[in-house]
Design a protein around this ligand. Structure first.
Ligand code: 13P
Ligand code: ZN
Length: 277
């Protein structure tokens, strides 16, 4: 018989908690800022045994994700603080199951304080849905954070996927290797509901990273390392762009489009040609 304590020792929960703690250490999570979800593999759900309580009420999601019907997610709680996830996981994160048609959820473990997943759960679920389709089911992590430099960049660059992608690719050589398709950008919107979820998920059909103007960023990935690494790289590149701007000096040299094409050729991947001149 499994219990709450043994659930916490499973590799999926341990990896989720470690990633959240790393995000906190990066300074990406003031107060309750940011949230994260992980779509569990069937064997990870099975490892929780009968410690999952499946008697709770179904709660409407406000969005539909039919391709995720019956899937199970580890998710951060609304108004909970990332800094408290490592010391008090059961209060601050939980496990939520979707119903068969993917339009409602129930909490089956954790979230013992607050009892509700993140207010961005609709965006998380729709992002999972489109990334599942885009990656033939490989994508499992959706991570939302508030990195200072990424947010700052949304005040000075045009709100377009092309402008952000090119600026980030040019900031640091590895960027185009990490996100050759580029990044999406959503203009300022009210957060926490179905409307921003639909707009974000549309961008996530093409991009594994989507920036929210004056708010933060969502990253998707197959595992915690890849997802965290994408966030980390974009944050660092944003910092470089701002530092260069802050010098007030003209840019004398950068990574050219031919340089970007050469990286794609050398590493054997396809760069989003729409964003090259
Ligand atoms: P939650 O506390 O509901 O997760 O909200 C934090 C946040 O970053 C909203 O975008
Ligand atoms: Zn946020």
């Amino acid at each position: 018989m499994e219990n709450s304590a043994t659930i916490l020792q499973t590799p999926a929960l341990q990896a989720f908690i470690a990633c959240a703690e790393n995000g906190w250490r990066q300074g990406w999570h003031e107060r309750n800022g940011g949230n994260m979800s992980y779509r569990m593999a069937a064997e990870e759900v099975a490892a929780c045994g009968d410690a999952l309580d499946t008697t709770g009420d179904w709660i409407p999601l406000g969005v539909d994700a039919p391709n995720l019907g019956g899937e199970t997610f580890i998710v951060t709680g609304t108004n909970r603080y990332f800094q408290n996830i490592l010391p008090l996981p059961e209060e601050n994160i939980g496990i939520a199951q979707l119903n068969a048609v993917g339009d409602a959820y129930r909490i089956v473990w954790g979230l013992t304080v607050g009892h509700k997943p993140t207010s961005e759960f609709p965006t998380h679920i729709l992002n999972h849905s489109v990334r599942f389709a885009a990656t033939q089911g490989r994508s499992r992590v959706i991570y939302h954070a508030h990195p200072v430099d990424v947010i700052a960049l949304t005040f000075v660059l045009p709100i377009s996927a092309r402008d952000f992608s090119r600026a980030l690719w040019q900031a640091m050589t590895e960027c185009v290797v990490i996100f050759p398709e580029g990044v999406g950008v959503v203009p300022w919107m009210v957060c926490g509901g179905a409307e921003i979820a639909l707009v974000t998920a549309k961008e996530m059909e093409r991009f594994a990273a989507v920036i929210w103007a004056q708010h933060g960023i969502f990253c998707a990935g197959d595992d915690f390392d890849a997802t965290f690494g994408m966030m980390h790289a974009i944050d660092k590149a944003a910092r470089i762009i701002l530092k260069v701007m802050a010098t007030g000096q003209p840019v004398l040299q950068t990574i050219t489009d031919d340089n970007l094409r050469a990286i794609g050729k050398a590493f054997g991947f396809q760069i989003n040609g729409d964003f090259l001149d």
